[in-house]
Design a protein around this ligand. Sequence first.
Ligand SMILES: Cc1cc2nc3c(=O)[nH]c(=O)nc-3n(C[C@H](O)[C@H](O)[C@H](O)COP(=O)(O)OP(=O)(O)OC[C@H]3O[C@@H](n4cnc5c(N)ncnc54)[C@H](O)[C@@H]3O)c2cc1C
Length: 496
Amino acid sequence: MGTEVIDVLVVGGGPAGLTLARALTAGHPGLSVTVLEGAGRVGGKARTEIRDGYTFEHGPSDYTRNPEMVRLIEDSGLGDRVEVAPLRSLTRMAIVRDGRLLPTPRSPLGALTTPLLSPAAKARMLLEPLFARRPGPEGDESVHDMAARHFGAEVADRVVRNMLLGTAACDARTTSVRALAPALWDFERDAGRAGLLAHAVRSALRRRGGDRMRAPDVMHLVPGGVAALWERLATDLDGRVVTGAPAVSLEVDEDRRYAVTVTDGTRYVARTVVLAVPAYTAAALVAGMAPRAAEILRGITYSGLRVFGLGYRDDELARFPDGIGFLVPRGEGARMFAVAAVSRIVAAHAPDGHVLLRVFMGGSEDPGVFDLTRDEAVEEIRRDLRRFTGMTAEPGFVAEASDRRAIPRYEVGHAARLEQAEAALLEYPGLFLAGNSYRSLGLTATVLRAARLAPVVAERARRAARSERRPGPRGPARSRRGPSGTQHGPSETRSE
Ligand SMILES: Cc1cc2nc3c(=O)[nH]c(=O)nc-3n(C[C@H](O)[C@H](O)[C@H](O)COP(=O)(O)OP(=O)(O)OC[C@H]3O[C@@H](n4cnc5c(N)ncnc54)[C@H](O)[C@@H]3O)c2cc1C
C-alpha cells in the first residue's frame, strides 16, 4: 500500500459525500479528508442546466428548509441566493380523474368536499377511529396498506397513491411506510387504538399555546440552481475533491486500513472510508469483504425517471390550470404522471413572459418509457397536455434529464434488511455508508444525516490513528456503531 494514509476517504461527491466532507473539515480540522467523485462534476443527482434563460433542475428542485441545509448554504456564502416558498404552495396541484382536472384536497375539510372521492369513501374516512382499532402489522407495511387500513381503499388509491407518485416518484403499494416516513410509523404507534385522526387532533390541542406545528418551507437557489451549492462546496474543499475518479475496488489489510482503487489505477489508503454512492455501487465495492452485506445492498432497486423541461410563452399556457400543475394517475392512459409549472414557484427559472413546465415520466410501473426516443417522449407529453388542458403549442425550449436508476425504492422490509446489512459490515468498523439509498430519500434529510455522521467518522478515524501509534496487540475490531452511524436496535435506526 502507498505511504500516505488519509484519515477519511469519502467515495462519492454527491450531496451526502460533500456535506460529510465539509462537516469533517470544518468541525475536525486535524483530519485529512479526500473525496473521490466518479463523474467529471460533483453534485450527483443535484444538477442544474441553465440555457436560453431557463434554469432546469435535473434532480432536486424543491428542498425543505431545515437548519442544517440553511447552515450549509450560508456557510458556503450562498445565503443571499436562497428563495423560500411555503410547502403548501407546492401542493396546489390538480389531479386527473376520468380525463378531467380536479383540485386535490389540501385539508381534512377539502377531503370531505372533493368530487375526487365517492360519498362512501368520505364516510369511511370519517369512521377512521373505529377501523383504527385493528392493529397494524408488527414489522412494516406499505404506505398504501396503512392508508387503506385507516381511511379506506379509495382514499389510498385515489389520493395517497397518486400524491406519493407525483411528489416522490414512489409506488405507495410497495413502499415501506417505516422506511419512507418513520415519523408517521411512530405517530401511528403513539396513536394506538385512538386512530390517526383523533391523535392528530389531540396533539394539535396539546400544542396550543406552544409551538404550532406547521409544514416546512421549501428552498431554491437563485441564480445558479441547486448545483451551485455543490460546486461551491467542492471549491471550498480546496483540492480535496478528485473528480473523474470512479472507485472500482475496496480492500482492507490486516492493519484495518482500507485501500480504494480508481479506474486509472490510483490507489488511496485510508483509516476510514465512507461509501456515499448509490447502494448498487456500494454493493460492488464491499462484495469481496462482506458478501452478505453486498447481497442486501444489491437488493435495493431503483426507479427510472425521464424528466423533461418544456418552455412556453405565458399566453400559450392560458388553458393550463391555476396552481402549480397536476398529477395523472396510472390508468388515465397517459405516459406522464406529473407536471409542474416550476417557474410559478421560482419566477427566475424561466425568462420574462415565459413558463417552464417540468414533466415526469417513468417510475417503477413504466420502465418501458426508456424505449421512447426523445422526440417520441415529447410527442407523448404534448398529446397528454392537449388532452388534459387543451394546450396545443409546441414548446420553444426542451431539456431532458434521464436516469434509469433515479430514485431508490424503499420497499416493505427495507429498514430491517438495512439493519442486517449493517450487522454484516460490523467487522469493518472504519467503513460507513451514507446517502439517500438508505434512510433519507430527499435532499435535505440526506444532508442532515450526512452531517450527523461526521463526528462518528471523525472519532473512528482518530481512534484508528491512535491505535496505530500504540505498540502491542490491537483492540477488538467490533464496534457498536453501525456503518451508517446508527446504534443497532430496532428503535434506534430511525431517519432524522
Ligand atoms: C429526478 C429527481 C428529482 C429529485 N427531486 C428532489 C426534490 O425535489 N427534493 C429533494 O429533496 N430531493 C429530490 N431528489 C433526491 C435527491 O436528488 C437526493 O436525495 C440526493 O441527490 C442524494 O444525494 P446522495 O449524495 O446520496 O446521492 P447522489 O446524488 O446519487 O450522489 C452520489 C454520487 O456518487 C458518485 N459515484 C457513483 N459511483 C461512484 C464511484 N464508483 N466512485 C466515485 N463516485 C461515485 C456519483 O457520481 C454521485 O456524484 C430528486 C432526485 C431525482 C433523481
